[in-house]
Ligand binder design. Structure first.
Ligand code: GRF
Length: 193
């Protein structure tokens, strides 16, 4: 399957997916056809380029959501992705975008989407002194973190007494769960085809 990975920042999930494609659970199942950013300064774009992955970007600064998304859809369509994989893409998708890739947009959210939506999910877990939280991989619909859940995995937070430690444990789970869930999704859709 052809994956378009969208990010806005650090790109640690993109790197984990790239490694899973190279020599892990996504090997032989997926290829990364583009890594796209809405922020020209996103470190994740430089990391992707350093790996030799195709990159593209378009600044969303000052752009209206619908208009910007129309442009992004046009760019992505050139790469003919089977899946649009959000990996720290810090924009809520417009209905235009969601409809263009209906049922084929996947996101990772660092909380149980039934319990916490939107930004600052690790801060939320830390501030509430949760003893565990959940990572969610879900399909994207027109709401914010409301789409059908594909997979969830628990992060044990017992003894995680700094926000950095909460994030460290959570990201470690994210990096494994995202690749595994995409691999399962691709295998399922291949069986269905
Ligand atoms: C991750 O915590 C992801 O769950 C959330 O944004 C963060 C992105 O991190 N959607 P990175 O850019 O993949 O390192």
């Amino acid at each position: 399957a052809r994956l378009a990975i969208l990010l806005s920042g650090r790109g640690s999930n993109m790197l984990a997916l790239a490694e899973a494609v190279r020599a892990g659970v996504l090997q032989g199942l997926a290829e990364i056809v583009v890594v796209f950013s809405n922020d020209l300064a996103a470190p994740g774009i430089d990391s992707a380029a350093a790996l030799g992955l195709p990159t593209d970007s378009l600044s969303s600064k000052g752009r209206k959501r619908e208009e910007f998304d129309r442009d992004v859809v046009a760019i992505l369509q050139e790469y003919q992705p089977d899946y649009v994989v959000l990996a720290g893409y810090m924009r809520v998708l417009s209905p235009t975008f969601v409809r263009a890739f209906a049922g084929r947009i996947v996101n990772i959210h660092p909380a149980d989407t039934h319990q916490h939506q939107g930004l600052h999910a690790y801060e939320w877990a830390f501030d509430n002194r949760l003893t565990e939280t959940k990572i969610t991989v879900h399909l994207v619909d027109e709401g914010l973190d409301t789409g059908p859940i594909l997979a969830q995995r628990v992060v044990n937070l017992v003894g995680a007494d700094t926000l950095a430690e909460v994030q460290r444990r959570g990201l470690a789970v994210e990096h494994v769960l995202y690749a595994e869930t995409l691999a399962a999704l691709i295998k399922e859709s291949a069986l269905a085809a």
